[in-house]
Design a protein around this ligand. Sequence first.
Ligand code: PMT
Length: 403
Amino acid sequence: MLEGKRILLGVTGGIAAYKSVEIVSRLRKSGAEVDVVMTDSATEFVSPLTFRSISARPVYTKMFTEPKTWDIEHISLAQRADAVLVAPATANILAKMALGIADDFLSTVLLAVNAPILLAPAMNHAMYHHPATQKNLEILKGRRVHFIGPDQGFQACGTEGDGRMSEPAEIIAYLEGLFENKGIMKGQKVLVTAGGTREPLDPVRYIGNFSSGKMGYAVAQAFAEAGAQVTLVSAPADLSVPTGVKVLRVITAEDMYREVLKIYEEQDIVIKAAAVADYRPAILNKQKMKKKGESLILELVPNPDILAALGKGKRHQFLVGFAAETENILKNGLGKMKKKNTDMLVVNDVTASGAGFGTDTNIVSFLFKDGKRKDLPIMSKHQIARQMVQEIAILQNGAGTKE
Ligand code: PMT
């Protein structure tokens, strides 16, 4: 995917800068040509010589040093890039990008770039959650800048939380995704559902499930990367909304049913990755239910089956369901596809290790209406999502044109 691509890597001043050396190495192994631009602070963490040796190209640090070519360097670097990655991206560079400040080589290049930009933020947990940083992220997402991470975990400053830069392999996979399906879903309106619905019992309790939303969010991201206009109807999920995706937040299955039905008519493709509760409590108590000491029997009533309703009302839409199975995986999946009238069904055995709820990976089979089946090995939810984009584009025969 990256063979022959020109990647501009911006490195800013964070301890994660050492991981960017591995990024350059991986990019080169994939056949990409990498130009590295470092901020002054970044050079305090890793020497430009390290990046020069790994990239086998000059490294750019200062605006006014003797030029290495006769071009205006920051402009020519910006123009020749097929994609730009800033890793690590500090709170400072996010703020400068959001405001359009160009006071050093990297921030100046970033203002002149037309290629897709991917940022891998890395900073202290508190800095990441500061309202100023969050606002800057929002502004940049609005400009279709892509983000990966930050991840959760132990931080160099000794605290735990989100703020760690994503791993090099994940960053490379995201970059590949920017090229893989570019433009093949252009002009398509896609609706994706994600997360697990919550069915309240009273003001403090609900019946829920283990869906994290990762699968559905990956699907939304993959379609957006492929140029589609994506609406994500999301049940509660602690994930950031992918760049360029419009999100409608819901809580219960009934909320999801209403939101999805409202915009169904205008969609070209609908993908139901959400784990929707089949039942909800018959009574929603206005006050917190009191503990009574004896066992408690709850009466549940069925929720609307959203996918089945979509299948019933299907006209031009390409409808994709997911099936979370624990036994007779394929047989049950095929049954659901027929019953809910979908064009494609993604089945996953949610008891398999590395598959199903909460994991970053999944093991799925694609089932198609014509009886064909495609079994995928374990792979990241993002990779699965990109394969879905490709399969659906092929089935739609000419949905968009590859750029
Ligand atoms: O979110 P993650 O942690 O990443 O986990 C991913 C996942 C396991 C949730 C995902 O891969 C998955 O399998 N999603 C479908 C879960 C599910 O509800 O499966 P189901 O077999 O119960 O339902 C079949 C289909 O009908 C699904 O598309 C579901 O969205 C839909 N459905 C189900 C019930 C209902 N009342 N309305 C529906 O629309």
